[in-house]
Write a protein that binds this ligand. Structure first.
Ligand SMILES: Nc1ncnc2c1ncn2[C@@H]1O[C@H](COP(=O)(O)OP(=O)(O)OP(=O)(O)O)[C@@H](O)[C@H]1O
Length: 251
């Protein structure tokens, strides 16, 4: 029996046959505004509701902004930080600014992957994390694509080794077909892609699971929505394109 981690994101566990296999490192890839950060934080929040501690690594946004964004969906993580079951690793500010001085886990040099891993390990141990989200890993190798695969493998050893089931957010450009960097796709245990595409003057959100080691999964493109309560995936529906128009149909 495969041990699974339930994301609790409506519709997602259904398309991966019950949840993400434990210790998998999943690449969550997508263009701008596709919902990657919301998906990642929803996964961590749901974990906290199920008694599973988590760590969020902020590389794209100030930790203060991460808390504000989460609160907009009703996900107030402050009490969980105070209880010591949730932590944000600040790999954004470099320790600069008044607000940054109040952060417990700060990576002084966010370009130093070694330092980031040391701070991350500490945070995982302190809170007993079972879930980790890194938003985004692309930032770690934007200027040096050749090291991308190595960075992901290094993170995978740590994340999987410490027993966490993790999501690595990967940014791709609007038109890019890939998942974010040479070899990264092969290093990850799973690939989930979020898309936002325009058909006939309308933007349509969809999700597809490209791979997920250790389980069978849906091979279809499912529509999803972002609501005030977060992401809702319609696992019983699929997106089909006919004559340049997108149709949402029963699966
Ligand atoms: N309350 C809400 N209701 C509906 N949609 C929302 C709500 N809040 C945010 N969104 C949508 O979510 C999008 C942002 O999602 P998110 O920040 O997760 O994107 P992302 O994939 O991480 O993008 P980037 O790579 O640009 O940071 C917004 O552009 C908006 O379309």
């Amino acid at each position: 029996m495969v041990e699974r981690v339930k994301t609790g994101i409506p519709g997602f566990d259904e398309i991966v046959n019950g949840g993400i296999p434990k210790r998998n490192v999943v690449l969550l890839s997508g263009g701008p505004g596709t919902g990657k950060s919301i998906f990642g934080t929803q996964y961590l929040w749901n974990g906290l509701q199920m008694g599973e501690p988590g760590v969020f690594v902020a590389l794209e946004e100030h930790p203060v902004q991460v808390r504000i964004n989460m609160r907009q969906f009703g996900w107030d993580v402050r009490p969980y930080e105070q209880q010591g079951v949730f932590a944000i690793v600040d790999a954004f500010t470099g320790g600069i600014g008044e607000a940054a001085k109040r952060e417990k886990y700060v990576v002084r040099d966010p370009t130093d992957v070694g330092e980031l891993i040391d701070v991350l390990k500490q945070a995982i141990r302190d809170v007993g994390a079972l879930r980790v989200v890194i938003d985004s890993v692309s930032t770690l190798y934007l200027t040096k694509p050749a090291v991308a695969r190595g960075v992901v493998l290094q993170l995978k050893r740590v994340l999987s080794g410490l027993g966490t089931t993790s999501i690595l957010v990967s940014q791709v450009s609007v038109t890019e077909r890939g998942f974010g960097g040479p070899g990264v796709e092969h290093a990850a245990d799973g690939i989930v892609r979020l898309d936002l595409d325009e058909y006939n003057g309308e933007l349509v959100r969809s999700i597809i699971v490209w791979k997920m080691r250790g389980t069978k999964h849906s091979m279809r493109r499912h529509p999803f929505e972002i609501t005030d309560k977060g992401i809702i995936i319609h696992h019983d529906k699929v997106v089909r394109i006919k004559g340049g128009t997108a149709y949402i149909e029963g699966a």
